[in-house]
Write a protein that binds this ligand. Structure first.
Ligand code: AMP
Length: 333
C-alpha cells in the first residue's frame, strides 16, 4: 500500500481490508448500480459520481449506472444527469453500492432492494446495518472523504483520477461546510491535499457551482432575517410556508439553504429551517446543532441524521409549535 501523510495512513490501514473486499466484489459483477439518499446533497451526488468515475477508470468494460434524483441546481453543471433504467435492468444480477444512506427506506431508488449483493458505505450512525459488506465510519465528515481514502489505499493498483477526485471534493466541502464542521479532521485536510495534487481546480471546478448566488438569494436572506424566531433556551428557526415560498420565488428543496444563517451566533444552541412541501404533504425540517446531539430527537420526528445535522418531517402546521417546544425543552435540560 502506498504511504501518504500520517493522517491518511491511519485511515487507509483501517479501511484496507474492506477496500480489498470491495474490489473482489466489484470484479464478480458485470452490472453495478450506485445509489444514495433522497433529496441528494453534494456528499450524496459527489460520492455517487466519485465512485462512478473511479469504476469507469478502472473497470471500463463493466455496465455501471448511477441512480437517484438529480440536483435542482448542480445538475448538470456539476453532476452529470443520473441514469433512468427500466425494470429489466434491475431484474439481472447486479451489485448495489449504496453511499451516504443510513437506512434503506431513504434510498432514492426503491429497486435497490433487488440487488444480488449490497455494499453499504456510510458515515451516519449505524442504526440500520444492511447489505453483505459494510464500511461505516461515523468519525468521517463525508462519505466522499471515505471514498477518497479507499481509492488512495488502492492506488498502487487502481488509478484515482481528477474526474473522480473532483466529485469527491464537492462532497467533502459540502458535508464539512467548507472545512468548518466538527468532524472536519486532519484527515480531511490531508485528503484535500491529495485531491488538489491531482489537478482539481477548487474554484472553477467546484466552488463556482456550489457557492455562487444571485440577487434573489439576497432577498431570501432578507425575508428570513425579518421573520426568524429564537426560543428562551436558544433554538432559532425560520418557517417558509407555501405562501412565503411563492413570495420569494423558491422551491421546497431550497428552503433549508439558509439554515446556517444562525451558526456561530452566541446564545443559539440549535437551529432549524422548516419548509412546507405541499406536494409531499409535509413540512421539511433541517436541524443543526452547535453541540448537543439532535439526531435522536430528529428520529422521533420521522427523521434522523448526524448528531449535529439532521432532517425530520412534520405532518401539518400545528406540529410546528409542538416540535419547537420540544427542541426548546431539550436544550434547557
Ligand atoms: P438535511 O437537513 O436534509 O440537510 O439533512 C441533514 C442530515 O440528516 C443529512 O446527512 C441527511 O442525510 C440526514 N437526514 C435527513 N433526513 C433524514 C431522515 N428522514 N432519516 C435519516 N437521516 C436523515
Amino acid at each position: 500500500m502506498k504511504e501518504f501523510s500520517p493522517a491518511i495512513n491511519r485511515k487507509t490501514k483501517e479501511y484496507y481490508t474492506f477496500a480489498t473486499q470491495l474490489v473482489d466484489t466489484i470484479k464478480q459483477y458485470d452490472h453495478i448500480g450506485v445509489f444514495a439518499h433522497k433529496t441528494p446533497d453534494p456528499d450524496a451526488l459527489g460520492s455517487e459520481y466519485g465512485m462512478y468515475f473511479w469504476l469507469k477508470d478502472n473497470f471500463p468494460d463493466k455496465d455501471i449506472k448511477v441512480f437517484g434524483e438529480d440536483h435542482q441546481f448542480y445538475t448538470p453543471a456539476l453532476y452529470p444527469v443520473l441514469d433512468k433504467e427500466n425494470d429489466a435492468w434491475f431484474d439481472q444480477p447486479f451489485l448495489a453500492l449504496v453511499l451516504d444512506l443510513g437506512n434503506l427506506a431513504r434510498c432514492s431508488e426503491p429497486r435497490v432492494k433487488k440487488a444480488a449483493f449490497t455494499v453499504k458505505i456510510d458515515h451516519h450512525p449505524n442504526v440500520e446495518p444492511y447489505g453483505q459488506l459494510m464500511l461505516v465510519d461515523e468519525m468521517s465528515v463525508a462519505v466522499s472523504e471515505m471514498l477518497a481514502l479507499l481509492f488512495l489505499s488502492l492506488s498502487d493498483e487502481y488509478v484515482f483520477t481528477k474526474r473522480s477526485a473532483t466529485m469527491l471534493f464537492s462532497g467533502i466541502v459540502g458535508d464539512s461546510g467548507r472545512f468548518k464542521y466538527a468532524t472536519t479532521s486532519a484527515t480531511t485536510f490531508a485528503v484535500a491535499e491529495q485531491i488538489l495534487e491531482l489537478g482539481v481546480d477548487m474554484n472553477n471546478d467546484i466552488y463556482a457551482h456550489l457557492y455562487s448566488g444571485d440577487l434573489e438569494d439576497l432577498y431570501t436572506k432578507r425575508f428570513i432575517l425579518d421573520q426568524f424566531k429564537v426560543t428562551a433556551n436558544g433554538f432559532a428557526y425560520y418557517v417558509l410556508d407555501a405562501e412565503a415560498q411563492m413570495k420569494i420565488n423558491i422551491t421546497p428543496e431550497r428552503g433549508k439553504e439558509n439554515v446556517n444563517i444562525f451558526s456561530g451566533i452566541k446564545g443559539i444552541q440549535a437551529w432549524a429551517a422548516i419548509t412546507e412541501d405541499v406536494e409531499e404533504k409535509r413540512w421539511r425540517v433541517s436541524i443543526r446543532s452547535a453541540g448537543k446531539p439532535i439526531h435522536e430527537l430528529a428520529a422521533k420526528w420521522r427523521g434522523g441524521g448526524h448528531p449535529q445535522a439532521s432532517g425530520a418531517s412534520l405532518l401539518d402546521r400545528s406540529e410546528i409549535d409542538v416540535f419547537v417546544n420540544e427542541m426548546d425543552q431539550y436544550l434547557k435540560d
